[in-house]
Design a protein. Structure first.
Length: 183
């Protein structure tokens, strides 16, 4: 595995070693020791999730409140998405900043989204199967969202058409000094 930095110091792109030949490919998608060595700290995952979304679906920006905030290791196994991460840690020097990364079945990249970040994605392909490991369990009472189209954040979602959005995401509040893992 190879670790690549993003504009947000704690958000990392992970490129697995892929072995390809005429039969197809093999890759180790997760190895606890290698992951811990790459990040320099032990990370424990407690839940795996999978979603399938159609072209033009936008999910996010989601996060959970402390002490139930989640770190996520995300990847796409079918299709392609634009993955977006926003730093919502008030004490951080990158508070309110965002980064986007293309994740696809083709590039096989994974993205480490640490606790304290809001997260979302926009589907670029006809369909996308999205897998993610989390460091805490889903907690509906602690789940929050930030408006995907917030003017302050000014995220470039690379929209190709009007996005398909859930009612929950359509009603998400704008980003403000109150959007953090503690509020």
């Amino acid at each position: 595995m190879r670790l690549l930095n993003t504009r947000l110091p704690d958000v990392k792109i992970i490129e697995p070693r892929v072995y390809e030949d005429a039969r197809g490919f093999f890759m180790e998608s997760f190895n606890q020791k290698a992951f811990t060595d790459l990040l320099g700290a032990p990370i424990v995952f407690v839940q795996d999730n999978q979603s399938r979304s159609s072209k033009g679906v936008l999910r996010g920006l989601h996060y959970q409140l402390s002490p139930r905030e989640q770190g996520k290791l995300v990847r796409v196994v079918v299709g392609e998405v634009l993955d977006v991460v926003v730093d919502i840690r008030p004490q951080s020097s990158s508070y309110g900043q965002w980064v986007s990364v293309i994740l696809s079945a083709e590039n096989k990249r994974q993205l480490w989204v640490p606790p304290g970040f809001a997260h979302g994605f926009y589907v670029l392909s006809e369909v996308a199967d999205y897998l993610y490991k989390t460091t805490d369990y889903y907690s509906p009472d602690d789940e929050r969202a930030i408006a995907w189209d917030d003017k302050t954040l000014a995220i470039d979602w690379q929209l190709r058409a009007e996005p398909i959005i859930s009612e929950k995401d359509r009603c998400a509040p704008p980003f403000s000094g109150k959007n953090s893992i503690t509020s």
